[in-house]
Design a protein around this ligand. Sequence first.
Ligand SMILES: [Fe+2]
Length: 131
Amino acid sequence: MIRFGGLFQSPGWKTENHVPVIECPDSVQKDGTFEIRVSIGKETPHPNTTEHHIRWVKVFYLPEGDRFTYQLAHIQFSAHGESAAGPDQGPAHTDHSAVVTARLKKSGKIYATSYCSIHGLWENTRSIQVH
Ligand SMILES: [Fe+2]
């Protein structure tokens, strides 16, 4: 049986334009406000069409030494050119990047996951030091 976690593609797969890129400081002040930017395919752009787009990004935090993960954000990208006139005829697109403002009390890992309408689930992670 493939467990759910085994369904995620990670950096290093043949195309890199799905990997959620996490940009945030390497270290932050305890309980100080900072920003986490998540974007998809920073170097190789991902399409944003009615039939092929990034639908959502979720951001999680695992404190060092903790068994449980905390969800920081769920960002839904809802407009991809849909219209009564037909696919890709619509007047609006939400592009697949977002900035989340957070405060942490402990060092740990930030995880970002994303979902492509065609290519499924993706993940990335980075460490963050809290002092
Ligand atoms: Fe895709």
